[in-house]
Design a protein around this ligand. Structure first.
Ligand code: FAD
Length: 508
């Protein structure tokens, strides 16, 4: 079949998109419904179908700073959103026992020190290390230091890079309110059938188990791991990444809060995986991500329950998954947003970011006059690149470890990794250089913090550093460190700030 014929088969001529149907009402579904209703609601109708019989996955409570982009588009007031979702602030992630047992580091959302045009701050810090002039690199980054000291503030002219810990169920409800306000509709019912055009294979409608028929021009699959439309109906295919990311199971449990919430997520490496702790205002989310080749579900539940604080509020739930990505995130007139599109790992809290990015990308490429192959290809290309970059960043945490105390960690340290990651690590080791690819999520500061935190130190620093005398370098490093420490010391504690700014109604 030549390209021209393929194009005709894939593209129903003169089919403007007027009706958008979203299947699934978890974080992804309501995020899509809120954004499309608010931003394109005068041009298209939005109907979300969800089933009360099928619960949402109920995890996904740590975010990254890119969430601000969506919140700005939706006109969300930060304090209102935080009250509604029992949210706390997040300045980064504390990685404990990842490099080796009893060794911790923080990947903060901040920038390190002061860069120059030729190289990042870590080159100056690296020479300072040789000369005994520096303390840990986090002392030169306000977000890092504030995490360690449990402080937080949002202030004019001080751009502290922050994200949130939030209650996923309440967040979906909050977004639902925005969708309804802008004309979005909800239909309750279990989708039992997906109808496709005989000629094009495009999805034309879904039928619910009560017989109701919901037709549309564009379908967004937010049905979670099921991938009801993108996979079960369209058989799009899945690239399995478990050879790079071996964890395939998670257990989640909520506990009562003990002590003041910290302004960071905790990620604690265990014998066959890692444990998360996500502090909300009214409770703590806990989970254990593991590989079931190395530990049974029962042993994993024991591991989690013996490493939590506070009374449990629900029974532990086991979630099974395969890491990887859908071969096309947009296939025919169906776009996968959420877990239906694939899953990298919760380690760097990139799930919600990816949903949001897919929605913004769809809005930018919105096929209002009809679905064109060029639009679909562009969407898929951008999504694939983004997923590959995030995958490499996550694999780095597992592979670059000095742990060899268990079979799981020995496997991780010896597994084959993508060539793209191999290149980044070699470049950094040899020369301290790291470059952010265009449109890549994680920037230089993130790569540097994780590579050095995991024990990969550059052998050299950039020669421009030698333009400073030793005394000048010492003054430069000390000045940044003192300013950072002074700035952070002026901020209130995280909990005091929350109590003044966004105290949840559940706490009063
Ligand atoms: P779901 O929550 O599973 O929602 C699926 C929806 O589809 C439901 O409404 C259901 O009713 C509906 N549905 C399904 N079948 C049908 C049907 N036949 N008819 C009608 N409706 C149907 N991301 C982050 O950003 N941060 C994190 O900290 C994070 N942690 C995670 C931890 C784990 C263990 C996992 C697995 C994922 C995590 N994620 C995280 C990723 C992701 O953010 C969450 O999992 C997210 O909440 C998933 O949302 P979803 O909307 O894709 O799917």
């Amino acid at each position: 079949m030549n390209k021209q014929t393929a194009k005709q088969v894939n593209m129903p001529v003169n089919m403007p998109v007027k009706k958008v149907v979203i299947a699934g009402g978890g974080t992804a579904g309501w995020m899509a419904a809120a954004a499309i209703s608010k931003l394109l609601g005068k041009a298209v109708s939005v109907t979300l179908v969800e089933s009360d019989q099928i619960p949402t996955i109920g995890v996904g409570e740590a975010t990254i700073p890119t969430l601000h982009i969506l919140h700005q588009l939706l006109g969300i007031n930060e304090a209102e959103f935080m009250v509604a979702t029992n949210a706390t602030f997040k300045l980064g992630i504390s990685f404990e026992n990842w490099k080796d047992l009893d060794q911790d580091y923080i990947h903060s959302f901040g920038y390190l020190g002061q860069d120059c045009w030729a190289c990042g701050f870590h080159h100056f810090w690296r020479k300072g290390l040789d000369l005994g002039l520096v303390s840990e690199i986090g002392d030169y980054c306000p977000e890092h230091l504030a995490s360690r000291e449990g402080r937080f503030a949002v202030m004019a002219n001080q751009d502290l890079n922050h994200a949130y810990h939030l209650d996923a169920g309440l967040y979906a409800k909050f977004l639902q309110g925005i969708a309804f306000k802008h004309g979005g509709e909800r239909v309750e019912g279990k989708i039992s059938q997906v109808h496709q055009d005989n000629h094009t294979g495009f999805i034309t409608a879904v039928t619910l188990d009560n017989g109701q028929h919901v037709s549309g021009d564009l379908f967004i699959d937010c049905t979670g791991f099921r991938g009801l439309l993108i996979e079960q109906a369209l058989h799009t295919g899945f690239d399995d990444w478990s050879h790079y990311l071996p964890c395939n199971s998670a257990i989640a449990v909520q506990t009562e809060t003990v002590g003041a919430p910290v302004p960071y997520t905790r990620s604690i490496a265990r014998d066959a995986g890692w444990q998360w702790r996500i502090p909300l205002q009214n409770r703590t989310g806990n989970g254990f991500v593991f590989c079931d080749k190395y530990i049974s579900n029962e042993q994993a539940i024991d591991t989690l329950l013996s490493n939590i604080e506070g009374k449990t509020l629900n029974d532990p739930r086991v979630i099974k998954y395969t890491t990887g990505t859908r071969r096309q995130h947009w296939n025919k007139n169906c776009i996968a947003v959420g877990l239906s599109g694939g899953f990298v790992e919760p380690l760097e809290s990139t799930g919600i970011h990816l949903f949001q990015k897919a929605i913004v990308r769809l809005l930018q490429l919105f096929p209002h006059t009809g679905i064109d192959d060029a639009i679909v290809d562009e969407f898929n290309k951008q999504t694939q690149e983004e997923m590959d970059n995030i995958r490499d960043f996550i694999v780095l945490h597992y592979y670059q470890t000095e742990r060899n105390d268990t079979a799981f960690w020995r496997h991780c340290a010896n597994m084959a990794i993508p060539d793209s990651l191999k290149h980044r690590m070699a470049l950094f080791k040899e020369s301290g250089r790291v470059f952010k690819k265009a449109e890549e999520l994680f920037g230089e500061a993130s790569w540097v913090q994780v590579m050095m935190g995991q024990g990969l130190l550059p052998d050299q620093y950039h020669p421009i550093v030698d333009q400073m005398s030793e005394q000048e370098l010492a003054n430069f490093l000390n000045r940044i460190k003192q300013n950072t420490s002074k700035k952070v010391a002026s901020w209130p504690s995280h909990i005091d700030f929350i109590n003044h700014y966004c105290r949840s109604k559940m706490m009063t």
